[in-house]
Ligand binder design. Structure first.
Ligand SMILES: [Fe+2]
Ligand SMILES: [Fe+2]
Length: 307
């Protein structure tokens, strides 16, 4: 009888307590695997094509990566701008355990109330006090580990919010008191600001994952102190586009300097960009970070799949 995979849903405390028995009956590999904490992070989901790709790809990706927790950036989920109750529900239904956002979080009016009442939705923590919602949360991974997620917004070439470094420290202190592993979504434009934040918290969090540019960078690494880092995770949305938006509109905007409404196609071949971080809950750092890029042809959508 095969027992491979039988322990992956058990709490680590249980696995540690019965480690000798698990090693004997299930094998050392299974014991080691059951102690891993794999966090899957999906880059900004853009519009309906992004939501469709997520719905089709996330369940198998979670299986393939043996993910214990899935975090999805949903700041562009509603037609490219912000997030609504319906689009958040789609992301959660697809398998997201926590949805982070960024500078577009307030683009849809209903996000104000949604951020207040839905604990699985985060907005950047460094919005000045009084902003709706929360910038950090704690979520239970499949293996029972409590994972803190912190969402921050950079300030270079972006709106001047509170300092993400200092505000982040306040949130980290609270998170570290209640959980062993913290993942940060640092939503920012400038590569230098993202890397600087990664170095600033190196060794204090398991991962700093950059978002916002919608272009996946090839610099994933574990920093000297043990924090996994990538400048930008990328996006989940139309591939034949300019960062998810209709390319003709954007080119025209650059040619004329005139404002134009950004359009996201309702149906398009899409990419899903992600990273998976292998976390060490004993140290609160990371062992490894792996970049993922998948495609989802729009032709694969079933006829009843036109939400
Ligand atoms: Fe975005
Ligand atoms: Fe953004």
């Amino acid at each position: 009888m095969s027992v491979t995979g039988c322990c992956s849903c058990l709490p680590n405390s249980f696995v540690l307590r019965f480690a000798p028995q698990i090693a004997e009956f299930c094998g050392v590999d299974e014991l080691a695997r059951s102690l891993y904490l794999n966090v899957l992070f999906i880059g900004d989901v853009v519009g309906r094509p992004g939501r469709t790709a997520l719905r089709h790809l996330l369940p198998s990706l979670k299986d393939e990566t043996d993910a214990d927790l899935a975090i999805v950036n949903g700041e562009n989920a509603a037609a490219g701008y912000g997030i609504t109750e319906g689009t958040l529900a789609e992301l959660l239904e697809a398998g997201a355990d926590c949805v982070t956002t960024g500078n577009h979080v307030w683009a849809q009016k209903e996000a104000y109330k949604l951020a207040d009442r839905e604990p699985r939705l985060l907005r950047p923590a460094n919005y000045p006090s009084g902003a709706p919602g929360r910038g950090a949360g704690i979520y239970e991974a499949r293996n029972g580990v409590r994972v803190g997620v912190l969402n921050l917004l950079g300030r270079v070439f972006m709106a001047a919010l509170d300092c993400p470094f200092r505000r982040g420290d306040e949130e980290l202190e609270a998170l570290r008191a209640e959980c062993d592993v913290v993942i940060v979504d640092f939503h920012a434009e400038a590569t230098s600001e993202k890397r600087a934040y990664g170095e600033y918290v190196d060794g204090r969090v398991a991962a700093v994952i950059g978002t916002h540019t919608h272009v996946q960078t090839a610099d994933e690494q574990v920093l000297a102190g043990g924090t996994a880092f990538i400048t930008d995770c990328g996006m989940t949305g139309p591939s034949d586009s300019i960062i998810g938006v209709d390319k003709k509109v954007i080119v025209q905007r650059f040619l004329t300097g005139l404002p134009a409404k950004f359009e996201v196609p309702k149906r398009a071949d899409s990419v899903l960009d992600a990273v998976v971080v292998d976390c060490d809950e004993a140290t609160g750092t990371a062992r490894n970070i792996t970049r993922i890029c998948r495609s989802h042809p729009s032709g694969e959508e079933a006829s009843g799949d036109q939400r």
